[in-house]
Design a protein around this ligand. Structure first.
Ligand SMILES: [Zn+2]
Length: 71
């Protein structure tokens, strides 16, 4: 696949909105050879926050510190 130097805005796979300033290197997620999606920055941010919340819940700071020897 040849990278497109001036890619068109792509629809976000999660919210359906057009991804402005679309950058394949940043917004294009390749899951495997059969599954590829484009994600907008807002959805990426929400996903990251969601994951951080899950991690904070599953691995409270005390546990993290014990596990990784920090603090
Ligand atoms: Zn989105």
């Amino acid at each position: 696949m040849v990278p497109n130097p001036t890619p068109e805005p792509q629809p976000c796979a999660l919210c359906g909105g057009l991804i402005q300033a679309y950058l394949p290197a940043f917004h294009h997620l390749v899951l495997d050879e059969h599954h590829e999606v484009d994600l907008c920055q807002a959805c990426i941010d929400k996903f990251m926050r969601w994951q951080a919340t899950k991690f904070a819940t599953l691995f409270p700071t005390k546990t993290l510190k014990k596990r990784f020897g920090a603090g």
